[in-house]
Ligand binder design. Structure first.
Ligand SMILES: [Zn+2]
Length: 507
């Protein structure tokens, strides 16, 4: 019979085994030598070791260790350096710019599974456990069962109401003295920070963790110990990669991060995507139907660019007056939802590819994605919807001006003639799938549209959508045609009017 005091000693003892003094290990009922292939790689190493090894391997091969993070080249370099130096990382940036995605990408550098002692609440290493009951198993038993755990990524959400129990857990030496078993929940229940052992602990909104808990966290990470509520200092050499995130200071009531904690982290700023192309890629990859259903996004690039631009204009305070009135800018989540809503509108109408009408009457579908995701300054509070309409107009104008300017000069007249030839009564071109065949039959239309927007050739819906964009460009940049309902109408400009109309507008 082991005395209680021996268990208390065990709690404070560093228990480590090697191939010479280890008990017999069993995996799925069979005895295994964990110092042999194929097990040797999956224990006795810290997450920092795995990550450094993986990064070096990627550097040698010249591949990106974070393929799931789009763009962010400079940030990736900083993350690699910080990880190689064994540093914790604090991502600083507004919500929706991929801080969580980045932390998951870092976890991908860990092996997909690890060997652990079966039943352990904190994925203990079979050679160097930190929890009391695993220490007991290794020292007292001659057969110890092991199991695999998938790679560990634990999100620890910052919450001002968070308790010690939630963050660190319940640890009581007193209960052992009183005769409780080492496995008893009153003796040891790990909190989230301990569950991240041997993996990534992702502290989302670190600043929102109450400051006295930040002190405990610092003790745990830096000293590998915790102070129990009874005042006893218990060693818990948790080994995890600490990745934290915070919004920039003073943003929506976020508390500052305590100095000692901040002092042991490398701060890396995570901003919006640098280019329109990256914004589009993030948007498409994260659309509901793509991510959840694995379906084709069916969002033609010309619409993706307009929609992503709406969001980017809202952020661009250097260039746009309207952006200066936006106090909280829309993130990539706004872009993603914009893609989703426009695509959903098309789907509800029995189409796959969106048309301009899918932006909604008065751009309602754009508003649905943006209204809750941006805040405007007090004096324009009651004009938020109108501001969104202006953002859409601005994005359309820029995109369609680009499109118009790309129409090859030498094909322009022929293109117009072909459009007129395909039009039905009153020089009307309906934006309808029934009409695609007729438009496609005109060589000049086919050539110009597919030259401007190559994806138009993929299918009839894309072709119609592309034609609509070109016609809309003509209607915005010339006074040759105008939109009326679901059609474009040639204006009657009289003799020589077409040339005059083009010349006045074409830059
Ligand atoms: Zn354990």
């Amino acid at each position: 019979m082991v005395k209680r005091e021996d268990y208390v000693d065990l709690v404070f003892r560093d228990v480590k085994v090697d191939e010479h003094n280890a008990p017999r290990f069993y995996l799925d009922g069979e005895e295994v030598n964990i110092w042999d292939e194929p097990y040797i790689y999956y224990h006795s190493r810290s997450p920092a070791d795995y990550v450094r090894e993986h990064i070096v391997h990627c550097e040698e091969k010249g591949v990106d260790p974070f393929p799931s993070v789009i763009g962010k080249h400079r940030e990736k370099e900083l993350v690699k350096t910080a990880l190689m130096s064994g540093s914790a990382i604090l991502f600083k940036g507004f919500k929706g710019y991929g801080k969580t995605t980045f932390s998951k990408a870092i976890a991908q550098l860990l092996p997909s599974k690890l060997l652990t002692i079966k039943g352990c609440k904190i994925n203990d290493d079979p050679t160097h456990p930190i929890c009391f009951s695993c220490k007991r198993k290794l020292t007292e038993e001659d057969k110890v069962e092991l199991t695999w755990v998938p790679r560990v990524w634990v999100r620890i959400p910052g919450d001002p109401m968070m308790t010690t129990r939630q963050l660190i857990g319940g640890i009581s030496i007193q209960k052992i003295r009183e005769g409780y078993d080492l496995d008893h929940p009153e003796v040891f229940i790990p909190g989230r920070a301990l569950k991240a052992n041997r993996g990534v602990g992702y502290f989302d909104e670190l600043g929102a963790i109450p400051s006295q808990l930040q002190t405990l966290l610092h003790e745990l990470i830096e000293e590998g110990q915790v102070t129990t509520t009874e005042g006893e200092i218990v060693p818990l050499k948790v080994d995890s990669l600490v990745i934290a995130a915070t919004n920039p200071a003073n943003y929506r009531g976020t508390n500052p991060i305590k100095e000692p904690l901040l002092d042991r982290m490398e701060v890396i700023e995570i901003g919006p995507p640098e280019t329109l192309e990256e914004e589009v890629e993030i948007g498409v990859k994260n659309m509901f139907i793509v991510r959840e259903k694995g379906e084709n996004p069916y969002i033609p690039p010309w619409h993706a660019r307009v929609l992503a631009r709406i969001v980017r204009i809202a952020r661009d305070k250097d260039r746009y007056d309207i952006a200066r009135r936006i106090t909280s800018e829309p993130s990539c989540r706004a872009t993603i939802k914009l893609f989703d809503h426009v695509r959903s509108s098309a789907l509800r109408d029995g189409r796959r590819a969106p048309l301009l009408k899918d932006y909604g009457p008065s751009y309602d579908h754009v508003k649905l994605a943006l209204l809750g995701r941006m805040e405007v300054s007090y004096e324009v509070k009651d004009r938020k919807e109108e501001m969104i309409e202006r953002l859409v107009e601005e994005a359309l104008n820029i995109s369609l001006r680009e499109l118009y300017n790309a129409i090859p000069q030498e094909n322009f007249d022929e293109f117009l003639k072909a459009l007129k030839a395909s039009a039905i009564s009153n020089y009307r071109i309906p934006i309808s799938l029934d009409f695609v065949e007729k438009l496609k039959a005109e060589k000049a239309i086919r050539e110009v549209v597919c030259k401007l927007l190559p994806e138009a050739s993929e299918n009839d819906e894309y072709f119609l959508s592309a034609v609509e964009m070109v016609l809309e460009a003509l209607s915005r940049c010339t006074n040759l045609i105008k939109r009326e309902g679901e059609s474009y109408l040639f204006k009657d400009l009289g003799v020589g009017g077409v040339e005059a109309g083009v010349q006045t507008m074409r830059g």
